[in-house]
Write a protein that binds this ligand. Sequence first.
Ligand code: FES
Length: 574
Amino acid sequence: MTSGLRKGLTSYGDDAFSLFLRKVFIKAMGYSDDALERPIVGITNTYSDYNPCHGNVPELIEGVLLAGGMPMVFPTISIHESFAYPTSMFLRNLMAMDTEEMMRAQPMDAVVVIGGCDKNLPAQVMAAVSADVPAIVLPTGPMVVGHHRGEVLGACTDCRRLWGQFRAGKIDEAEIEQIGGRLAPSVGTCMVMGTASTIACMIEAMGLSLPMSATAPAVHADRRRIAEATGRRAAEMAKRGGPKPSELVTPAAVRNGMIALQAIGGSTNGLIHLTAIAGRAGLSIDLDEFDRLGRDVPVLIDLKPSGAQYMEHFHHAGGMPALLRELQGFVDGEARTVSGVSLSEVFAQAEQVPGQTVIRSVDTPLSPQGAMAVLHGNLAPRGALIKQSAASPQLMRHTGRAVVFDSVEDMLARIDSPDLDVSAEDVLVLRNAGPKGAPGMPEAGYLPIPAKLARQGVKDMVRLSDARMSGTAFGTIVLHVTPEAAVGGPLAIVRTGDRIALDVDARRIELLVDEAEIARRMAEWKQRPAHRAPAQRGYAKLFEDCVLQADEGCDFNFLQRDGGADSDASPRLK
Ligand code: FES
């Protein structure tokens, strides 16, 4: 098998010439013949001035570079949550395609993927699984916490909480400006259990990164040392030719990822990304199994938004190895990890931190059930998700009148109108905000409490949509309703005034309209929401034509290993 510079030669019809030419050009960078004979460790450079969550990537690359082999840094797309129009999810698959193709096109015997902000690590792991190059993940790590008037706070659970207070008139403009300078006090990813932290923790539980990789703060010396260790391990993997993602992303690893997601109080986005990663390995997620795990696996991590603390506290409490030790009755400890040992050998080395309060034991959980529950019913034939660990207990069983918004634009135009006919007992419904509808399934599922109710002190209402929600958000919010309204899911025919029943214990979400009326409305429904013309060209057209539903990870149908179930009959690239 070829390796190093001889891998994947450019096709000129003469391999010796192709290698000669490759060496001619690369020597312009000052490499010696000795360096050019070594195995190559590719390193993704996702630094971007638009991406502060990746602000430490240059230092991490330096750490990886210390480790031997022949390191080759290459750029890929970089996506930041608040600099991605219309939404970062729209670009995740583009980044996965870019990264996969550059892994294939350029010679590398192993690759270190460095990323952090929500969509980057999923995209990079999806790419690595498809390219099946020996790969090791190096998260950029969370920010350190901020402080405001004696209170510890951070991005972005507190961004939402304090913005809610500003909307309700409890904080004035000067103070919200001041807070805005304190919520993100360093580079790195959001330091609550948002999507970035969730994915980093799941990846560590799946054995795709080194121990403690998920939690070390971005600016902490531990992060630099983990970078160096990651580079050293990548050089060994380059020499040995493995392990490859196909050896690590197994059913056991995916199940361990699901268990971690439930136990950390993770982001609902974690399930979509895990589904997409598994799909690249030809594996599917059984939503019923995920729900069963949620009934058994308690939330053990006391981090916002389900709890009270932050990622740096989790790190100092022993990080993921210490959590996995608590979860040893649930996880498969035989699963292999990229470090070369089994998961149980990893957690056997976990630090015991006396007096720590972040990682609970199974006997004293933060919440006795896992973070998420899967709902079914006539509104969500293929399922919907609720993050029960961040919901209001008194709303977990609730029946209310639907107040329907036909699109994100419609919601923005009317939600704060004094004329909006709404009360705290109503169910806010947003549709046409799914993978195809918006497009890109924006994080609009966290519908704001209508201003007039917020001013009366209403903090939570049942909300329902085919959209996603930021992992940093909280509330009684039903998400990922599948199929989405834009492809004719039942959400499309709900009308303001209908009654909707949520029962999380029974795992049900129902439209209380009789079957004949539902059938009549479904027959009347016309495809394509009136608010938006379909895309005609470019990536937007590719996205709309080929994106799968939430229960299939919102990957493109032609990128999953088996092409996806694709039950809404999207066109396929041949
Ligand atoms: Fe990048 Fe939160 S905005 S991780």
